[in-house]
Design a binder for this molecule. Structure first.
Ligand SMILES: Cc1cc2nc3c(=O)[nH]c(=O)nc-3n(C[C@H](O)[C@H](O)[C@H](O)COP(=O)(O)OP(=O)(O)OC[C@H]3O[C@@H](n4cnc5c(N)ncnc54)[C@H](O)[C@@H]3O)c2cc1C
Length: 476
C-alpha cells in the first residue's frame, strides 16, 4: 500500500547544494522522514568556503552567475547580500612571455574579436567549440584587424581559448560541443555576483534557514545529516524499497533515494554502486558527459604584491617559449591562464589551473607548486613578487567523492546522442516503484555546471516526489 508524505522515508545521497535543496523542499512540503548521507566530514560538497586571509575564500563555487531565471539570485535578491563585480577581466594586463605588456587598446580589440567569434544563435549546431572559435577568429582578424601582429593575435587566441575552457571546465575547446554552448542558458545580468566577505556558504545557510546567531548549526536539517557516511551499494529491492549499504557497515532502508553524487563519482563507481545495473541510456550518459578539472590557487601576502595600476596579468605565451616550457618540470604552469587580485581580499593573489595541468598540479607538494608559480612570475614580470605568507589550493580531481570540478557536454555526448536528460530520468524498481531519483548539477538540462543548476535539479526531484504523493492521495 502507498505510504503518505509523513511516513515515507526519503534518503538523499550527498550533502552538496543539490541534496540540501532537495531535502529542504521536501521538509517544507510535509515530508517528515528525510535524511542525508554524506561521505565527507562537512556539508556543502563543491561549495567549500574556508577562513583565509582577511576573511574567507571559496575553494569551490564562488559566484552567482547572472540574475534572470537564476534561482539562487531569486532567493536572495531583496536581501542586499549579493554584490556586483562589474568588469573583472578587462583591467587585467596581457603580458607576453618576453615580459612585454600588450597595449591595453590592442588587447581589448583582439579580445572583442575573440568574444564575437564564439558560437551563438541556432546555427551551427554541430562540431566543436574550438574549431568554430578558431576559424571565425582568424576570418574576423583578416577583415577587422588585418594589420595586427599575427603572433600576438595567436597568443591572445590561445589564452582566450584557455580561459573559456576553464569557464566550461573542459581540457580544451576542441572537446566541447557547439550545441552545449548554445543549449546552456546563460542567466542575464552580472555573471560574477559575489557574497562579499561571507563566501558561498552564506547561501547554504539561507537554504537551510539557519539563524544568523547560530551560523554553525544546520537549521531545518539539524539532526538529519550523517557525515562520514559513504554509500557503497544502492539496491533497488522488492517490494517497493531501496537498500543502502555504507562503507562502515551501516545499512539503511528507504522508500525513495535521491542520488546527487557528481558525474565523476558516477563514472568511477556506477558499476559497483547500483544493483541491478543502471539502464543502458543512463550508463551512456554517464560515460559520454564529461566532468572537467578546474583548481584554484590562493596566495596571501603581508600586503598586495602587485604594483599600483596592476590588478593581475594574463599569460600570452610566445610559441618558442611554450615549446621550451613543455620540456621542463614546470610544464603544468601552461594550465594557468593568469594571476590576479580578488574582491574583498586586498592582500591576496589568485590563479586558476585547469585540465590535465590542473590534475598534474594535484600530484605535487605545496613547495613544488609554489616553485612552479614563482618560475611563472619571473618569466612574465619585470618586478619581484615576495614569498607568500600562506598558500592554499584545491584538489577536486584526486578527491574520490568528487573526481573533478563541474560537468559539460562534449562532442562525444553529441555523437552518442545523450545529455543531462538521460542522467535526470528516475530508475523504477521491478514493481514500477519510483525508487531511485537523480539530481546534482550534471543532471540540469540548461544550467549544468553551476550552483543554480544543482539547486534546480534538487528541487526538480523533490517536486517529483511531491507530485507523486499528491497523485497518490488524490487517487486513494
Ligand atoms: C573550483 C570550483 C569553482 C566553481 N565555481 C562556481 C561558481 O563560481 N559558480 C557556480 O555557480 N558554480 C561553480 N562551481 C560549480 C558548483 O560548485 C557545482 O555545480 C555545485 O556545487 C554542485 O553541487 P551538487 O550538489 O550537484 O554536487 P556536490 O557538491 O558534488 O555534492 C555531492 C555530494 O555527494 C557526496 N558524495 C559523493 N559520493 C558519495 C557517496 N558514495 N556517499 C555519500 N556521499 C557522497 C560528496 O561528498 C558531495 O558532498 C564551481 C565548482 C568548483 C569545483
Amino acid at each position: 500500500m502507498e505510504k503518505c508524505r509523513a511516513s515515507s522515508r526519503i534518503i538523499i545521497i550527498g550533502a552538496g547544494v543539490s541534496g540540501i535543496a532537495a531535502a529542504t523542499r521536501l521538509l517544507q512540503n510535509n515530508f517528515q522522514n528525510v535524511q542525508i548521507l554524506e561521505a565527507e566530514d562537512r556539508i556543502g560538497g563543491r561549495i567549500n568556503t574556508v577562513y583565509f586571509g582577511d576573511n574567507v575564500i571559496d575553494l569551490g563555487a564562488q559566484w552567482c552567475h547572472g540574475k534572470q531565471q537564476n534561482c539562487v539570485y531569486d532567493m536572495v535578491k531583496d536581501m542586499g547580500i549579493l554584490h556586483e563585480t562589474g568588469d573583472y577581466y578587462s583591467p587585467i594586463k596581457r603580458v607576453r612571455s618576453n615580459k612585454e605588456v600588450v597595449p591595453h587598446e590592442l588587447a581589448c580589440r583582439i579580445h572583442d574579436i575573440a568574444v564575437k567569434s564564439m558560437p551563438s544563435g541556432p546555427h551551427p549546431v554541430v562540431g566543436s567549440f574550438g574549431t568554430h572559435l578558431t576559424q571565425t577568429f582568424w576570418r574576423k582578424i583578416e577583415s577587422e584587424l588585418p594589420q595586427v601582429n599575427r603572433d600576438v593575435a595567436s597568443e591572445a587566441l590561445n589564452t582566450f581559448a584557455k580561459h573559456e575552457s576553464s569557464i566550461i571546465g573542459a581540457d580544451n575547446l576542441f572537446e566541447v560541443s557547439v550545441r552545449e554552448h548554445i543549449e546552456y542558458h546563460e542567466c542575464d545580468g552580472d555573471k560574477l555576483l559575489h557574497w562579499g566577505t561571507k563566501g558561498y556558504r552564506r547561501f547554504l545557510r539561507l537554504l537551510m534557514k539557519v539563524s544568523a546567531d547560530t551560523p554553525e548549526e544546520l537549521g531545518l536539517l539539524e539532526g538529519r545529516i550523517q557525515l562520514d557516511m559513504k554509500v557503497i551499494k544502492i539496491e533497488l529491492a522488492c517490494p517497493r524499497k531501496v537498500i543502502l549499504r555504507c562503507q562502515d557497515g551501516d545499512y539503511f532502508e528507504a522508500d525513495h533515494v535521491i542520488c546527487t553524487v557528481s558525474l565523476g563519482v558516477l563514472q568511477e563507481q556506477h558499476e559497483k554502486l547500483f544493483v541491478p545495473p543502471l539502464p543502458a541510456a543512463k550508463v551512456n550518459a554517464i560515460r559520454s558527459l564529461t566532468l572537467g578539472t578546474v583548481n584554484k590557487l590562493y596566495l596571501e601576502y603581508e600586503k598586495q604584491p602587485l604594483p599600483d595600476g596592476w590588478v593581475g596579468f594574463f599569460c600570452f605565451w610566445l610559441e618558442e617559449d611554450l615549446i621550451e616550457l613543455r620540456k621542463t618540470e614546470y610544464f603544468w604552469v601552461e594550465g594557468i591562464t593568469g594571476v590576479h587580485m580578488i574582491t574583498c581580499q586586498p592582500r591576496m593573489l589568485m590563479a586558476w589551473v585547469n585540465g590535465p595541468h590542473g590534475r598534474h598540479m594535484e600530484t605535487l607538494s605545496d613547495e613544488k607548486v609554489l616553485e612552479g608559480l614563482y618560475w611563472l612570475f619571473r618569466k612574465f614580470l619585470t618586478f619581484e613578487i615576495p614569498p607568500p605568507k600562506r598558500f592554499v589550493r584545491s584538489s577536486w580531481f584526486s578527491n574520490p567523492n568528487f573526481r573533478g570540478s563541474w560537468s559539460y557536454r562534449g562532442v562525444m555526448a553529441d555523437e552518442r546522442n545523450t545529455g543531462p536528460w538521460d542522467l535526470e530520468s528516475p530508475v523504477l524498481g521491478e514493481d514500477g516503484h519510483l525508487g531511485l531519483l537523480f539530481a546534482g548539477e550534471a543532471s540540469s538540462r540548461n544550467h549544468f555546471s553551476t550552483v543554480h543548476g544543482a539547486v534546480e535539479a534538487g528541487y526538480r526531484e523533490a517536486d517529483r516526489l511531491i507530485d507523486h504523493y499528491t497523485s497518490c492521495s488524490v487517487s486513494a
